[in-house]
Design a protein. Structure first.
Length: 358
């Protein structure tokens, strides 16, 4: 018997969310970010569904190779760039675009024997303080790139926003000013906006936008849900009730007995756990849906099962469908109850969860 845990992926929702990107920024090209296995939705299936994007962004060479082997011919950008000469050679062979963020990569470019012409994006550190050149170094970096025949001219320039998910945080405007100040009248293409920047700051759209989480129907903002932004959740994670227990007042549930029945009550057992990617740290009170109605988690999440409070839900039976997030229950709500973010829940789905595409 097959375990009933599955993640249903709504391909039309992905396409609708891409349309929402186009509506929000009609003059910018769209680099759809599909790293981390398409945010847990399946890399190739997501890229094929988002075929109307102008290009794709991935984190690693292995992800780009999967796209090329699947016949995806659109521009693919390595957002973390290349690690060594072998990756640089592979990027040229596969026709990838590369992000340049450090001196060691620049030195590799200068010593490379790559026959292909490479599209390069220079990454500036405007405030994330993770990867990138200091803005005042841009002119010197561009000068060295102009001397390299293998680099397509002019290189693009991009940066990454650190606090755009907090719409009242002034850090985003500070980064915008640093980006503008560094580029001045530089003729190359520019990219700054992620999902939050795209939805919250029209002045940051530039030539390319790089939406990620919003393509999957999830809000990039801490104070909003995807549906309120016109987005449709693309993933619905679901399972089944595999047992119903009649327990007495004082009975302790699950590992550690951390939750005690306050009265005689029914408890449902659903076939999902942290072995599937459901968060182990989800607290009592975290919502799920059964028959379209909300019930709450009780007891600790175990590797293969969770327990649910069925008080007031006498019609629930073994075999009933349980929605953990997605259709009717935004993943942002579950993430908040589990003290995490929707990104982690979506990308944390494990290999034993079957992906099904609608």
């Amino acid at each position: 018997m097959t375990r009933p845990v599955r993640a249903r992926i709504d391909l039309q929702a992905l396409q609708q969310n891409l349309h929402q990107v186009r509506v929000s920024t009609p003059r910018s090209k769209v680099m759809a970010v599909v790293k981390a296995n398409g945010y847990g939705h399946g890399l190739v299936a997501v890229a094929e569904a988002l075929h109307q994007a102008d290009g794709f962004g991935v984190a690693r060479l292995e992800e780009a190779l999967v796209l090329r082997e699947a016949g995806i011919g659109k521009p693919v950008t390595l957002l973390e760039g290349f690690m060594d000469a072998a990756e640089l050679e592979a990027a040229g062979r596969l026709g990838l675009e590369v992000v340049l963020h450090s001196d060691y990569q620049l030195a590799l470019l200068e010593s490379a024997h790559v026959q292909a012409s490479l599209r390069v994006w220079v990454k500036l550190d405007t405030g994330m303080h993770r990867l990138g050149f200091d803005p005042e170094r841009l002119e010197a970096v561009i000068r060295r790139l102009r001397a390299l025949p293998l680099v397509q001219q002019p290189p693009g320039c991009l940066s990454h926003l650190a606090c755009a998910d907090e719409r009242a945080n002034p850090a985003t405007e500070d980064q915008h000013r640093r980006f503008e100040g560094a580029l001045n009248d530089y003729p190359g293409e520019r990219s700054l906006a992620n999902s939050a920047g795209l939805l919250g700051w029209p002045d940051l759209h530039y030539d390319w936008v790089r939406p990620g989480i919003m393509l999957y129907g999830v809000s990039p903002f801490a104070d909003a849900l995807g549906p309120g932004l016109g987005l449709r959740p693309a993933m619905t994670l679901e399972t089944r009730i595999i047992g119903i227990r009649e327990l007495r007042k004082g009975d302790a549930i699950g590992y550690g007995g951390s939750w005690v029945c306050p009265e005689d009550m029914c408890v449902g057992v659903a076939a999902i756990g942290y072995g599937d990617g459901y968060p182990r740290h989800a607290a009592a009170g975290t919502p799920v849906l059964i028959q379209g109605r909300r019930v709450t988690l009780v007891g600790r999440v175990s590797m293969d099962m969770i327990t649910l409070d069925l008080r007031g839900h006498d019609a629930v039976r073994e075999g009933d469908r349980v929605v953990l997030w997605g259709e009717g229950l935004p993943v942002e709500e579950v993430a908040a109850a589990a003290d995490t973010i929707g990104y982690e829940l979506l990308t944390g789905i494990t290999g034993r969860v079957q992906l099904e595409y609608d």
